[in-house]
Design a protein around this ligand. Structure first.
Ligand code: SF4
Length: 247
Protein backbone atom coordinates (compact mmCIF):
# COMPACT_ATOMS: atom_id res chain seq x y z
CA UNK A 1 0.00 0.00 0.00
CA UNK A 2 1.29 3.46 -0.80
CA UNK A 3 1.96 5.62 2.27
CA UNK A 4 -0.75 8.25 2.74
CA UNK A 5 0.33 11.71 1.55
CA UNK A 6 0.82 14.48 4.13
CA UNK A 7 -2.45 16.23 3.25
CA UNK A 8 -4.28 12.92 3.38
CA UNK A 9 -2.80 12.13 6.83
CA UNK A 10 -3.87 15.55 8.13
CA UNK A 11 -7.35 14.97 6.74
CA UNK A 12 -7.63 11.62 8.52
CA UNK A 13 -6.40 13.13 11.82
CA UNK A 14 -8.90 15.95 11.56
CA UNK A 15 -11.67 13.44 10.71
CA UNK A 16 -10.86 11.67 13.98
CA UNK A 17 -10.86 14.98 15.90
CA UNK A 18 -14.23 15.93 14.47
CA UNK A 19 -15.53 12.47 15.34
CA UNK A 20 -14.25 12.83 18.91
CA UNK A 21 -16.31 15.99 19.39
CA UNK A 22 -19.46 14.33 18.08
CA UNK A 23 -18.92 11.25 20.25
CA UNK A 24 -18.49 13.31 23.42
CA UNK A 25 -21.74 15.20 22.64
CA UNK A 26 -23.72 12.08 21.60
CA UNK A 27 -27.18 11.50 23.10
CA UNK A 28 -28.37 8.60 20.95
CA UNK A 29 -28.93 6.35 23.97
CA UNK A 30 -30.79 8.48 26.52
CA UNK A 31 -30.87 5.67 29.07
CA UNK A 32 -27.07 5.30 28.96
CA UNK A 33 -26.55 9.04 29.16
CA UNK A 34 -28.78 9.16 32.24
CA UNK A 35 -27.00 6.17 33.80
CA UNK A 36 -23.50 7.61 33.25
CA UNK A 37 -24.55 11.00 34.60
CA UNK A 38 -26.04 9.37 37.68
CA UNK A 39 -22.88 7.31 38.31
CA UNK A 40 -20.87 10.52 37.94
CA UNK A 41 -23.12 12.30 40.41
CA UNK A 42 -23.23 9.58 43.08
CA UNK A 43 -19.59 8.39 42.62
CA UNK A 44 -17.82 5.53 44.33
CA UNK A 45 -16.66 6.17 47.87
CA UNK A 46 -12.95 5.89 47.01
CA UNK A 47 -13.38 8.50 44.25
CA UNK A 48 -15.70 10.84 46.11
CA UNK A 49 -13.33 13.79 45.59
CA UNK A 50 -12.90 13.13 41.87
CA UNK A 51 -14.74 14.99 39.16
CA UNK A 52 -16.17 12.27 36.95
CA UNK A 53 -16.09 12.63 33.18
CA UNK A 54 -19.63 11.21 32.89
CA UNK A 55 -19.86 11.62 29.09
CA UNK A 56 -19.24 9.29 26.13
CA UNK A 57 -15.59 8.24 25.99
CA UNK A 58 -13.85 8.85 22.64
CA UNK A 59 -11.09 6.71 21.14
CA UNK A 60 -7.52 7.26 22.30
CA UNK A 61 -4.26 6.77 20.46
CA UNK A 62 -2.22 7.31 17.35
CA UNK A 63 -4.18 8.55 14.29
CA UNK A 64 -1.68 6.67 12.12
CA UNK A 65 -2.10 3.43 14.07
CA UNK A 66 -1.58 0.10 12.36
CA UNK A 67 -3.08 -1.68 15.38
CA UNK A 68 -6.64 -0.84 16.49
CA UNK A 69 -8.04 -2.35 19.67
CA UNK A 70 -11.79 -2.66 20.08
CA UNK A 71 -12.96 -3.09 23.66
CA UNK A 72 -16.43 -3.49 25.08
CA UNK A 73 -17.45 -0.26 26.82
CA UNK A 74 -16.22 2.20 29.46
CA UNK A 75 -16.24 1.03 33.05
CA UNK A 76 -18.64 2.95 35.29
CA UNK A 77 -15.88 4.06 37.67
CA UNK A 78 -12.99 3.65 35.20
CA UNK A 79 -13.29 5.43 31.86
CA UNK A 80 -16.61 7.00 32.82
CA UNK A 81 -14.64 8.69 35.60
CA UNK A 82 -11.43 9.53 33.72
CA UNK A 83 -12.70 10.07 30.15
CA UNK A 84 -10.08 7.87 28.48
CA UNK A 85 -10.48 4.24 27.41
CA UNK A 86 -9.19 1.66 29.90
CA UNK A 87 -7.96 4.38 32.24
CA UNK A 88 -8.58 4.16 35.97
CA UNK A 89 -9.57 0.55 36.45
CA UNK A 90 -8.10 -2.93 36.78
CA UNK A 91 -8.60 -3.82 33.10
CA UNK A 92 -6.61 -0.76 32.11
CA UNK A 93 -3.72 -1.71 34.39
CA UNK A 94 -3.41 -4.97 32.49
CA UNK A 95 -3.91 -3.49 29.06
CA UNK A 96 -1.45 -0.62 29.28
CA UNK A 97 1.21 -2.78 30.94
CA UNK A 98 0.93 -5.17 27.99
CA UNK A 99 0.96 -2.33 25.45
CA UNK A 100 4.07 -0.92 27.13
CA UNK A 101 5.85 -4.28 27.10
CA UNK A 102 5.02 -4.66 23.41
CA UNK A 103 6.31 -1.17 22.57
CA UNK A 104 2.94 0.42 21.76
CA UNK A 105 2.88 2.73 24.84
CA UNK A 106 5.48 5.08 26.28
CA UNK A 107 4.61 4.09 29.86
CA UNK A 108 2.98 1.21 31.65
CA UNK A 109 0.55 3.16 33.82
CA UNK A 110 -2.60 4.96 32.79
CA UNK A 111 -4.10 7.07 35.55
CA UNK A 112 -5.82 10.11 34.02
CA UNK A 113 -6.16 12.21 30.90
CA UNK A 114 -3.06 14.38 30.67
CA UNK A 115 -0.82 11.91 32.54
CA UNK A 116 1.71 11.86 29.68
CA UNK A 117 0.71 8.46 28.34
CA UNK A 118 1.06 8.17 24.57
CA UNK A 119 0.31 5.30 22.27
CA UNK A 120 2.52 4.67 19.26
CA UNK A 121 1.07 2.85 16.27
CA UNK A 122 -1.98 1.81 18.30
CA UNK A 123 -5.43 3.23 18.94
CA UNK A 124 -8.04 2.04 21.43
CA UNK A 125 -11.75 2.29 20.78
CA UNK A 126 -14.85 0.40 21.87
CA UNK A 127 -18.08 -1.20 20.74
CA UNK A 128 -20.04 1.18 22.99
CA UNK A 129 -18.77 4.52 24.30
CA UNK A 130 -20.99 5.00 27.34
CA UNK A 131 -20.75 2.79 30.42
CA UNK A 132 -23.68 0.34 30.39
CA UNK A 133 -25.19 -1.06 33.60
CA UNK A 134 -23.49 -4.34 34.48
CA UNK A 135 -21.09 -3.91 31.52
CA UNK A 136 -23.86 -5.32 29.32
CA UNK A 137 -24.85 -3.10 26.39
CA UNK A 138 -28.14 -3.95 24.70
CA UNK A 139 -28.26 -4.87 21.00
CA UNK A 140 -29.88 -1.49 20.28
CA UNK A 141 -27.10 0.39 22.11
CA UNK A 142 -24.50 -1.54 20.11
CA UNK A 143 -26.31 -0.60 16.89
CA UNK A 144 -26.53 3.06 17.95
CA UNK A 145 -22.78 3.25 18.57
CA UNK A 146 -21.64 1.18 15.59
CA UNK A 147 -21.48 4.11 13.09
CA UNK A 148 -18.70 5.66 15.17
CA UNK A 149 -16.61 2.52 14.78
CA UNK A 150 -17.28 2.62 11.03
CA UNK A 151 -16.06 6.21 10.87
CA UNK A 152 -12.91 5.35 12.80
CA UNK A 153 -12.04 2.47 10.48
CA UNK A 154 -12.68 4.71 7.52
CA UNK A 155 -10.45 7.48 8.93
CA UNK A 156 -7.60 5.13 9.89
CA UNK A 157 -5.82 4.66 6.58
CA UNK A 158 -2.94 2.69 8.05
CA UNK A 159 -4.70 -0.02 10.06
CA UNK A 160 -3.37 -3.56 9.47
CA UNK A 161 -4.52 -5.45 12.54
CA UNK A 162 -7.75 -5.10 14.49
CA UNK A 163 -7.63 -6.65 17.93
CA UNK A 164 -10.96 -7.48 19.52
CA UNK A 165 -10.88 -7.53 23.32
CA UNK A 166 -13.53 -10.00 24.41
CA UNK A 167 -16.35 -11.55 22.40
CA UNK A 168 -18.44 -8.39 22.11
CA UNK A 169 -15.51 -6.17 21.04
CA UNK A 170 -14.42 -8.79 18.51
CA UNK A 171 -17.95 -9.13 17.12
CA UNK A 172 -18.31 -5.35 16.86
CA UNK A 173 -14.99 -5.15 14.98
CA UNK A 174 -16.03 -7.99 12.65
CA UNK A 175 -19.36 -6.35 11.86
CA UNK A 176 -17.70 -2.96 11.25
CA UNK A 177 -15.21 -4.52 8.83
CA UNK A 178 -18.04 -6.20 6.95
CA UNK A 179 -19.89 -2.89 6.69
CA UNK A 180 -16.64 -1.33 5.45
CA UNK A 181 -16.57 -3.70 2.47
CA UNK A 182 -14.16 -6.31 3.85
CA UNK A 183 -14.80 -9.93 3.02
CA UNK A 184 -13.72 -12.79 5.28
CA UNK A 185 -13.06 -16.23 3.86
CA UNK A 186 -15.09 -17.59 6.78
CA UNK A 187 -16.79 -16.21 9.82
CA UNK A 188 -14.24 -16.38 12.65
CA UNK A 189 -15.27 -18.12 15.88
CA UNK A 190 -14.30 -16.25 19.04
CA UNK A 191 -11.32 -17.75 20.90
CA UNK A 192 -8.22 -16.31 22.52
CA UNK A 193 -5.64 -15.98 19.75
CA UNK A 194 -8.10 -16.64 16.92
CA UNK A 195 -7.38 -14.66 13.78
CA UNK A 196 -9.01 -14.16 10.41
CA UNK A 197 -7.86 -12.28 7.35
CA UNK A 198 -10.21 -10.01 5.47
CA UNK A 199 -9.80 -8.36 2.09
CA UNK A 200 -11.58 -5.23 0.89
CA UNK A 201 -13.01 -6.01 -2.48
CA UNK A 202 -12.81 -2.44 -3.77
CA UNK A 203 -9.01 -2.13 -3.52
CA UNK A 204 -7.57 -5.44 -2.29
CA UNK A 205 -6.59 -3.95 1.06
CA UNK A 206 -5.97 -6.60 3.75
CA UNK A 207 -6.69 -6.53 7.46
CA UNK A 208 -6.30 -9.23 10.09
CA UNK A 209 -8.87 -9.52 12.86
CA UNK A 210 -7.23 -10.94 15.97
CA UNK A 211 -9.16 -11.91 19.10
CA UNK A 212 -8.18 -11.87 22.75
CA UNK A 213 -9.90 -12.55 26.01
CA UNK A 214 -10.88 -9.26 27.62
CA UNK A 215 -8.52 -8.19 30.43
CA UNK A 216 -11.46 -7.85 32.83
CA UNK A 217 -10.96 -8.67 36.47
CA UNK A 218 -13.27 -11.62 35.96
CA UNK A 219 -10.73 -13.13 33.54
CA UNK A 220 -7.46 -11.96 35.08
CA UNK A 221 -8.34 -12.86 38.68
CA UNK A 222 -9.39 -16.36 37.71
CA UNK A 223 -6.42 -17.19 35.47
CA UNK A 224 -8.58 -17.36 32.34
CA UNK A 225 -6.25 -14.65 30.99
CA UNK A 226 -2.64 -14.56 32.19
CA UNK A 227 0.03 -11.97 31.36
CA UNK A 228 1.99 -14.44 29.16
CA UNK A 229 -1.24 -15.17 27.24
CA UNK A 230 -1.86 -11.45 26.79
CA UNK A 231 1.76 -10.77 25.76
CA UNK A 232 1.49 -13.51 23.13
CA UNK A 233 -1.42 -11.64 21.54
CA UNK A 234 0.62 -8.46 21.19
CA UNK A 235 3.64 -10.36 19.87
CA UNK A 236 1.37 -11.82 17.22
CA UNK A 237 -0.05 -8.38 16.43
CA UNK A 238 3.49 -7.07 15.87
CA UNK A 239 4.24 -10.02 13.58
CA UNK A 240 1.04 -9.49 11.62
CA UNK A 241 1.69 -5.77 11.22
CA UNK A 242 5.02 -6.74 9.66
CA UNK A 243 3.63 -9.29 7.22
CA UNK A 244 0.24 -7.85 6.27
CA UNK A 245 1.03 -6.37 2.90
CA UNK A 246 -1.48 -4.05 1.31
CA UNK A 247 -1.60 -3.07 -2.36
S1 SF4 B 1 -23.36 4.47 23.63
FE1 SF4 B 1 -22.61 5.45 21.74
S2 SF4 B 1 -24.48 5.91 20.56
FE2 SF4 B 1 -25.11 5.56 22.69
S3 SF4 B 1 -25.12 7.60 23.62
FE3 SF4 B 1 -23.10 6.68 24.04
S4 SF4 B 1 -21.80 7.43 22.37
FE4 SF4 B 1 -23.93 7.76 21.75
Amino acid sequence: MNAPRVGERRGKASALQSLEKRVVACERCPELRAYCAEVARVKKREYRDAEYWGRPVPAFGDPRARLVLVGLAPGAHGSNRTGRPFTGDASGLWLYRALFRAGFANRAESTARGDGLELRDALITAAVRCAPPGNKPTPQQLRNCAPYLDEEFSALATVRVVLGLGAIGTRAAYDALLRGGYVFSERPAFAHGAEAQAVRESDGRKIVLLASYHPSRQNTNTGVLTEPMFDAIFRRAVELIGVTVCP
